[in-house]
Design a protein around this ligand. Structure first.
Ligand SMILES: [Zn+2]
Length: 210
């Protein structure tokens, strides 16, 4: 399920790669990026092919690489991938264990989401993907629920896209992998299906080309 990044690639992950390599982060991979990737690979004892596959990504962007690891494919018929925010204040970290505890207090059996993207760009598994989530009324049976930590301004109530650069890159990388697992599935934001601000940005628009 590994995604490859190479000359001609574009987007948020490329931007993060360029930042790490101290190149101008325009998100468009040209010859200069290839050259710097080759140097980076030589410095780290990797094959200097100028292509960012799983091994190079693991050194370059550890958080993003985690989401490129093999994901378990659900036995359910997945028609939608639904993006959420935890509706927690900007700059604050929460873990799968925290969210699981909130959801259990609501009387649910487990955390409602299948994947959680932390502020540091690491991706963590929540509920088993073979089991329907509890994240979007009327859409749980045939969907995967993905959540990023944040989504509300520091005041604790105003909806805000609080995603860190690493979260944006990791979320994109995770969605690319999920689309490979479920090519027929559409990516939506929770707000497409409910009168809510969640996930505090237009996920359908942002991920239209994923
Ligand atoms: Zn939501």
């Amino acid at each position: 399920m590994a995604t490859l990044y190479k000359q001609g690639s574009r987007g948020e992950v490329v931007r993060q790669i360029q930042k790490t390599l101290r190149l101008y982060p325009d998100g468009i991979w040209g010859p200069l990026t290839t050259e710097r990737v080759r140097e980076f690979q030589r410095e780290h004892g990797l094959k200097d092919d100028g292509i960012v596959g799983p091994a190079t990504l693991a050194k370059l962007l550890p958080g993003v690489a985690k989401s490129a690891l093999g994901l378990k494919k659900s036995r359910r018929n997945i028609k939608e991938i639904i993006v959420h925010c935890t509706a927690t204040p900007e700059y604050r970290d929460y873990t799968v264990a925290d969210i699981r505890q909130w959801h259990k207090l609501q009387g649910w059996s487990d955390i409602g989401y299948h994947y959680v993207v932390y502020r540091d760009g690491t991706v963590h598994e929540g509920r088993d993907v073979d089991i329907s989530g509890a994240h979007c009324t009327g859409h749980n049976a045939n969907s995967i629920g993905v959540v990023y930590v944040g989504g509300v301004a520091p005041d604790g109530k105003t909806p805000k896209d609080t995603r860190t650069d690493l979260q944006k890159a990791a979320l994109l990388s995770l969605l690319l992998d999920l689309r490979k697992l479920y090519p027929q599935a559409e990516i939506h934001g929770h707000r497409d299906f409910a009168n809510k601000a969640c996930p505090s940005f237009d996920a359908t628009k942002e991920y239209r080309k994923v």
